[in-house]
Design a protein around this ligand. Structure first.
Ligand SMILES: [Zn+2]
Length: 143
């Protein structure tokens, strides 16, 4: 008990985790919604690429348009030219429910810290960003 307490003291006070990624470009979001719509009834998935805290680009992941979803994504989760600017993954849920599934939560915890799920009908309201633990985060839309 004493040792446990002592160990606990060594842990520095928890500072509020700063979010490195705070926004997404409007045109990038529109592109995501468009590609999601085009991929329906299949899922689509892409890496999210950010510059200076704003998601500006997506990079489509090959082999994710077959409708088998995250299982296939796993085999492609490390693009060959991965850089620090890849911050997470966006994927679509043709079901329209854009909360993360169990498989999504596992994936979120393994790859990046900013993830987006878009759901049918793929409009500016049918998406949500999540952190690595599956907690909802807010992204500003940057024009
Ligand atoms: Zn999913």
């Amino acid at each position: 008990m004493y040792l446990f307490k002592k160990d606990k003291k060594k842990i520095p006070p928890k500072t509020e985790e700063k979010r490195r990624i705070w926004g997404i470009k409007e045109e990038t979001l529109n592109l995501i919604l468009e590609v999601s719509k085009e991929s329906y009834p299949n899922e689509f998935a892409a890496t999210l690429i950010a510059k200076k805290g704003i998601i500006e680009e997506i990079n489509l992941l090959p082999g994710t348009l077959s409708g088998s979803g995250m299982a296939i994504l796993h085999t492609h989760m490390q693009p060959p030219d991965i850089t620090l600017s890849v911050v997470g993954i966006v994927h679509s849920h043709p079901s329209g429910n854009f909360s993360p599934s169990g498989a999504d939560l596992y994936f979120f915890s393994k790859f990046g810290n900013t993830h987006i799920i878009v759901g049918k009908p793929y409009n500016p309201r049918s998406w949500q960003a999540y952190d690595a633990r599956g907690g909802k985060i807010k992204l500003e839309i940057v024009k």
